[in-house]
Design a protein around this ligand. Structure first.
Ligand code: HPA
Ligand code: ZN
Length: 332
């Protein structure tokens, strides 16, 4: 972890648990479960971590889920993320999981959610951070699957606090998921969606207007639409920005061109997050430190990013206030 930029207490609001699968753990789980990976060894797998766009990344991301078969695999995956996140200043995490990716390869929902819940329910005592799950629907699959999934989440509502929308974006607008989101709202779940990562600003508008989302994941392409920027600023919609992901998936050419600072200057409620840290070169603070160096972010801007993370989280108000007070006490 870089030492020259201090790690502030922060909430992580955009990280996919499957995207925290480090190559070493993938091989360990493959061996434990007798799964053969296509890659001969660690070095070869690491070399595969080079992507041209979102779909090229998703191919490997879904392929490696093959090693996750038993509840304890999911528990071990979550434990590893929680330990690393805590060491990077994360005090609260709202973590995506893609149940359809596992159901589709014959792994039952109980295996996934019981396994993750085991680690999430004890995160506070074991790692000093609170952690909740957001179940993401796969936007490149039939929306009827998403609708069927919503009532099945009820046994885990103590840890599953919301629904999201991820996977291949271009060509998969948000509107067909309106019914799934309405069902989730009826069940008291929060709602977020990936939009404006590779897809156009219209997908951000669609997610807000048709899905009723409370925040937008990525949203960087919103900057192409001035009226949308004005609306996001006016309504203070949270945007979970993932700088290293944007470069790794070539949504942004170079970190020095990343729009994060422009987003802050436009009055948008942006936060920094890691997305798929095992694949994109770093966890939360690695992202903050890298973008700080590339853009020359000031200490004030970093404090605002950390404040935004708690204000944009789904933590109850008193919990947000407690974290904001801790942040203020650091003198940042
Ligand atoms: N975008 C869309 N879907 C995803 C991502 C992402 O960055 N990571 C995992 N699923
Ligand atoms: Zn994401």
């Amino acid at each position: 972890m870089p030492a020259d930029v201090p790690a502030l207490p922060t909430a992580e609001l955009h990280v996919h648990i499957e995207g925290t699968l480090e190559p070493e753990l993938a091989f360990r789980l493959a061996e434990r479960n007798g799964v053969r990976l296509r890659h001969a060894g660690l070095e070869e797998l690491r070399r595969a971590y080079s992507f041209s766009d979102l779909p090229s990344f998703l191919d490997l991301y879904y392929e490696l889920t093959a090693v996750l078969l038993q509840p304890r695999d999911f528990t071990d995956l979550a434990e590893a993320y929680l330990a690393t996140a805590a060491a990077q200043g994360v005090r609260h995490a709202e973590v995506f999981v893609d149940p359809q990716a596992h159901l589709g390869r014959g792994v039952p929902l109980e295996v996934v959610l019981d396994g993750l819940a085991e680690a999430f329910r004890t995160a506070e005592e074991r790692h000093g951070l609170s952690a909740r799950l957001i179940v993401s629907f796969l936007r490149d699959r039939d929306p009827a699957e998403a609708e069927a999934l919503v009532p099945r989440l009820r046994p885990w509502h103590d840890v599953v606090i919301g629904v999201g929308l991820d996977s291949a974006e271009v060509g998969f607008p948000p509107e067909p998921f309106a019914r799934a989101y309405a069902l989730a709202a009826d069940d008291g779940l929060h709602r977020v969606a990936h939009a404006g990562e590779e897809g156009p600003p219209e997908y951000v508008v669609g997610a807000l207007d048709r899905l009723g989302v409370e925040r937008i994941d990525h949203g960087i392409r919103s900057l192409e639409a001035p009226a949308l920027v004005a609306r996001l600023a006016e309504e203070q919609i949270g945007l979970t920005v993932c700088p290293l992901s944007n470069v790794a998936l070539r949504c942004v050419d170079d970190l020095a061109d990343h729009p994060l600072r422009r987003m802050l200057q436009a009055g948008l409620r942006a936060t920094v997050n890691s997305d798929d840290p095992a694949y994109f070169g770093g966890y939360l603070h690695d992202n903050t430190a890298a973008v700080t160096r590339a853009l020359g972010l000031t200490a004030d801007e970093r404090r605002v990013l950390a404040e935004n993370s708690f204000r944009t989280s789904f933590l109850p108000e008193p919990e947000q206030a407690r974290h904001l007070a801790e942040l203020a006490a650091t003198g940042a």
